[in-house]
Design a protein around this ligand. Structure first.
Ligand code: BG6
Length: 508
């Protein structure tokens, strides 16, 4: 494998400390990294190499969680030796001369061969500046080894800014050098959606409007926004979770079979699917999109702050911490099949799952008289936690008569392997080294996802009076969200939770 230097901009920040350095270390430990590698931290804070090593590695919380018995101190020291740091003013083009000098030095010392990954783990306002400054010093040129740019979300703030950002970055880096990270694509189970669908003959024939009644996606987090209020209030659930992570999951569920298992073919099909989603018209937003915000609550006897009480959140904020919506996909496969998606913070449990509900059998021989809808036949794809699949169907209860009972055939992903399953960031970083962009979002599909979200954002902006429904922290979101779905005689599937929370719903 090619040698590589990871250049992490924003190296003293939360993401680098909590995710990136641990991921690079785990890859090194599992011997996935090339022998010749180094990490160069870059940011404004003034650290020495030693202080940086201590902050991001020796004193990093993840080190405490290492398996004590199998620790290899020599290997850890060797890893730390490959970490170095330079402070620069990130928006000052001249300072990038220092980056260049440092890279040349490290390249020689660790025999890298000119391959660099620039990871932008910085506030988004630097996403245009850093590539331009790198280019000003020729650090984007691939004469002697490849140069790749990894960009964190948010990729743009709306459609216009996303198009602008794509355009600006592409003046310095080619599309094939740009890796827009969406950590959901690094999750094994999101990738497994493709394998489930396209490596089996049993699901795909049913995967269409003829057999599927509707599709539900639930993404719930039990955490509140906590200390991230300052960021979150400018974002909201639609931008923070839906435009990126959930639209990627939707693309994996809905796309047509790609002609090959490679980045271009898979990303072409995803783009096509995103283009087929019927936009929600601004005037339909109040009925088709429910926004909610969590209010104070008592969960298991403990008081939990409402969103407006969180640090950094204005007392009259109308930012949504929950979004629920219904949409259709206008193509041959999905015509007429409703998709329901909800995502929220401060919900009863942490879970992301996709529920495919199949149509009733044509003749309801054993259905009880009053039973209006049969949810016997569901495929539940658990993205996280307890990753796996459950296939639900009806079986006869032993004894007289024909009583039907739901049973579930369960598969747990953890049963499949006991080798190290790379965490999302590990997998994604490894792919950049290999130059495989399959699990990265291409510029056109990011824009397409914004195109879908845009009328919703516009409707909320133009009509701030559109309701923000309160839901007590620890509940499954605003009550009205059930109307979105119940009108079609089905209900949301709420995974188990033993929490007890308040039930004082309010309008905000
Ligand atoms: C991030 C969002 O992209 O994803 C966070 O900014 C959210 O608000 C997080 O909590 C969820 O990721 P995961 O992997 O914990 O589901």
């Amino acid at each position: 494998m090619d040698g590589v230097i990871f250049v992490i901009f924003g190296a003293s920040g939360d993401l680098a400390v909590r995710k990136l350095i641990p991921a690079i270390f785990e890859l090194h430990k599992a011997e996935y990294l090339p022998k010749n590698f180094a990490v160069l931290g870059v940011s404004r804070s003034d650290y020495s190499d030693e202080a940086f090593r201590s902050k991001v590695f020796f004193a990093n919380e993840f080190i405490e969680h290492q398996d004590k018995e199998n620790r290899d101190e020599e290997m850890e020291k060797e890893f730390a030796r490959r970490l170095s740091y330079i402070p620069i003013q990130t928006s000052e083009p001249d300072d990038y001369a220092k980056v260049k000098t440092e890279l040349t030095k490290l390249d020689k010392e660790f025999n890298i061969g000119g391959n660099y990954i620039y990871y932008l783990s910085t506030p988004p306002f630097l996403y245009e500046t850093i590539p331009a400054c790198l280019a000003a010093h020729g650090l984007n040129e691939e004469n002697d080894g490849w140069k790749r740019l990894v960009i964190e979300k948010p990729f743009g703030y709306d459609l216009e800014t996303a198009i602008e950002l794509n355009k600006n970055i592409r003046t310095h880096f080619g599309e094939d050098q740009i890796y827009r990270i969406d950590h959901y694509l690094g999750k094994e189970t999101v990738q497994n959606l493709l394998v489930t669908r396209f490596a089996n003959g049993i699901f795909e024939p049913l995967w269409n409007r003829n057999y599927i009644e509707h599709v539900q996606i639930t993404n719930a987090e039990n955490l509140t926004v906590g200390s991230r209020g300052g960021y979150y209030d400018k974002s909201g659930a639609l931008r923070d979770m839906f435009q990126n992570h959930l639209m990627q999951i939707i693309a994996h569920i809905g796309m047509e079979p790609p002609i090959a298992a490679d980045a271009a073919a898979i990303r072409d099909e995803k783009l096509k699917l995103l283009k087929s989603i019927r936009p929600i018209k601004e005037e339909d937003v109040p009925s088709q999109v429910i926004r909610g915000q969590y209010t104070p609550s008592t969960i298991d006897k403990e008081r939990v702050n409402g969103y407006r009480e969180e640090e950094g959140v204005p007392k009259d904020s109308r930012t949504e911490t929950f979004v629920g919506l219904k949409f259709f996909i206008d193509n041959w496969r999905w015509a007429g099949v409703p998709f329901y998606v909800r995502s929220g913070k401060a919900m009863p449990t942490k879970v992301t799952e996709v529920v495919i509900t199949f149509k009733d059998p044509p003749n309801a021989l054993f259905r009880k008289e009053k039973q209006v809808y049969n949810d016997n036949n569901q495929l539940i794809i658990r993205i996280q936690p307890n990753e796996g699949l459950v296939l639900k169907f009806g079986m006869k209860v032993p004894g007289a008569g024909f009583e039907v009972k739901d049973v579930g055939m369960d598969f747990h992903y953890s049963d499949l392997t006991d080798v190290h399953v790379p965490a999302a960031y590990e997998r994604l970083l490894l792919d950049v080294i290999k130059g495989d962009a399959t699990l990265y979002a291409r510029g056109d599909s990011v824009e397409e996802a914004w195109r879908f979200v845009e009328p919703i954002l516009n409707a909320w902006k133009k009509n701030p009076e559109i309701r923000v429904h309160g839901y007590p922290a620890g509940t499954w979101g605003p009550m009205v969200v059930s109307k979105l779905i119940e009108s079609d005689k089905v209900t949301w599937r709420n995974p188990c939770s033993n929490l007890t929370a308040d039930d004082n719903y309010s309008e905000l």
